[in-house]
Design a protein around this ligand. Sequence first.
Ligand code: FES
Length: 323
Amino acid sequence: MATKAHAPTTMIEVEVVAITVVSDIIKRFRFEPVDGQPLPVFGGGAHVVVEMQDGDTQRRNPYSIVSPPGTTDHYAVSVRRDDVGRGGSLYMHNSLQVGDRLFISHPVNLFPIDHRARKHLLIAGGIGITPFLSMMAQLEAEESHFELHLSVRSDGGFLDEIHEHYGKRGSFYRDDRGEVLPLAALLAGQPLGTHLYVCGPEGMLNWVLKSAHDAGWPSQNVHYERFLAPPVGTPYEVLLAVSNITVKVSAQQSMLEAIEAAGIDAPYMCRGGACGQCETKVLSFDGELLHNDHFLTDDEHAGGQKIMPCVSRFQGRELVLER
Ligand code: FES
């Protein structure tokens, strides 16, 4: 398999073999391994990190694999264009062509199916459907009991595909038709042993999680994946004390990307502030740590001794990290 050792993850070289327009803002990219060797096996809900060279900036964005688990000749990912984001999705939409080669990470699964469940209730909002596409394929293959409830602004392109394949197991709610996901009824009407899975925009995710908590769902039966793209901000500098390097973080770059661009090893998995893998010790700072993660507690945020460089930023005179 064509790989390159890129700390901390071995990356796989792939070629873009097809680009499909799913809707006016979503494209699907199909990657095949350059050397024709089988790709690593993944489970439903897994993602890969796609490395892209966008001008002078190297980006690494995580995307859910939407191919059915068991697929080893290709991976497909669906990407929603974000016109006001940092540029990764715009690069994928506007610059990536069939025939281009790039590196992707091995699959990582932070949102796996819980096989203790007797039924799987999947609730998605918008592009939050993507991890569920591979999960549903796996659940169907395993003959598990599941249903999907997808809330979208309008017909975002996935509806027909899901409807054709999964029939009544998929229910859709379109904002442009005034349709609202009947969350309270869904949460109240489930058999014992049902597990809830949620993925979507922050507001929807919080609404579903709070409603499930208030309705008495045990936390071990509730699974979620937060989408958090690194935010843009004002440029700043970070001193990496162990490496003795000062790194400049640009407005469009995450601290993690800036550290990687300097050639420094830095662990990661989700690159979205959720997994805790990139946690880094703050040795000192003169300014404000702009915490954006969902991993550290409020006390840890206030304590100022740790930071998650995949999504968090800094504003001030000096920041020193143990890296
Ligand atoms: S890589 Fe997961 S929290 Fe930073």
